[in-house]
Write a protein that binds this ligand. Structure first.
Ligand code: ADP
Ligand code: TRP
Length: 325
């Protein structure tokens, strides 16, 4: 089984990224041949600062390796180190109906958000984003794509494009499947909406302790008193995050105490911070070690790119031959 996923270097990675995509991807390493990459070409659709992109790329590499991506088992690389993917993107774009892209929620949301302040930023790359993503997936003959729910539609677009190409030119691409874990499909942010860089409601995986404590303590609660029983306790944002970072029995105990009444929100958030901090203690240590040896990280990405390119070349040749190129 070939497993593939990517993540953009568009800012510090957060708990939504970790539980929605990185942790499932890391666990899947045991079940097949995994290809994971840093989607730097994708980040060009919304990040226009070259130095920032370079820094973010190193940060994503450090975060992913620290969290358990094992380069001896998985192929880990930078998207742009495999130029074949850009070539395949063009070929796929010629079998992609405009309407398919116009229906993409992610594009529509970004467009709506930018429409107010900066229409020039609604660039062609933002529109064609799912075609590049389809090339990422199809060029490695991927079977399974672990992602959070917001990326499901993009994997469905990939399937449509692959089927269309196969119908036109003969069996060329493997049809991939999204792999989405229900329990972490949408990790809530500090305001209760989906945790996302673009909503400013993130809690990062790594960072400065006091700043992160402040973020956890700022998680939005309602105005009920501590004594009041809370029959809807399982929907509480802090409880939902505690379910992810604390041992099961600890999270259940807090849930019961909140439901019964008597547990204050401040105490709940303090407990959440403690468990969150412990949950990533080992990874924090590994990250510090990796950060002091960036040559090693660069070596990992370079070796990964060589392996990825070898595979991408095979599929690109297959696609060109099928299309008469
Ligand atoms: P952001 O919304 O912060 O820009 P990205 O779109 O870069 O995050 O997401 C990278 C990966 O992390 C994707 O697979 C996405 O589905 C997953 N992901 C991001 N936020 C969440 C979330 N709140 N819950 C679950 N998965 C998420
Ligand atoms: N679009 C994905 C995101 O923003 C990143 C990505 C790019 C990706 N190419 C991919 C994910 C291929 C899975 C497979 O999160």
């Amino acid at each position: 089984m070939r497993i593939l996923s990517g993540i953009q270097p568009s800012g510090a990675l957060h708990l939504g990224n970790y539980f929605g995509m990185m942790k499932p991807a890391i666990e899947l390493q045991a079940q097949g041949e995994a290809f994971y990459f840093i989607a730097d070409y994708h980040s060009m659709t919304s990040l226009f600062d070259a130095a920032q992109r370079r820094r973010n790329t190193v940060d994503v590499a450090l975060d992913f390796l620290a969290c358990g991506l094992d380069p001896r088992r998985s192929v880990f690389f930078r998207q742009s180190d495999v130029p074949e993917v850009a070539e395949l993107t063009w070929m796929l774009s010629t079998v992609t109906p405009m309407g398919l892209l116009e229906r993409c929620h992610s594009y529509k949301d970004k467009k709506a958000k930018l429409a107010g302040d900066d229409l020039d930023r609604v660039n062609h790359g933002l529109f064609a984003y799912p075609v590049l993503m389809a090339a990422d997936i199809l060029i490695y003959d991927s079977n399974v794509v672990p992602v959070g729910r917001d990326q499901k539609q993009h994997v469905e677009v990939t399937r449509d494009i692959a089927i269309k190409f196969n119908n036109l030119y003969g069996e060329t691409f493997v049809i991939p499947e999204p792999r989405i874990r229900d329990e972490v499909a949408v990790v809530p942010g500090t305001d209760g909406q989906k945790m996302s860089k673009s909503y400013g409601n993130t809690i990062e995986i790594f960072g400065e302790e006091q700043a992160l404590r402040k973020k956890v303590m700022s998680i939005v609660m309602d105005s009920r008193t501590p004594q009041e029983p809370k029959p809807d306790a399982e929907r509480n944002n802090a409880i939902q995050l505690l379910n992810l970072v604390a041992p099961g029995e600890v999270a259940r105990d807090y849930l019961e105490r909140l439901r019964a009444g008597g547990l204050g929100y401040g105490d709940l958030k303090k407990a959440l911070f403690g468990h969150y901090w412990d949950c990533f203690a080992a990874a924090r240590q590994r990250r510090a070690e990796l950060a002091s040896n960036l040559d090693h990280v660069e070596d990992v990405l370079r070796t990964g790119a060589e392996k990825a390119r070898a595979q991408a070349g095979v599929v690109l040749r297959r696609a060109k031959q099928a299309a008469g190129i």
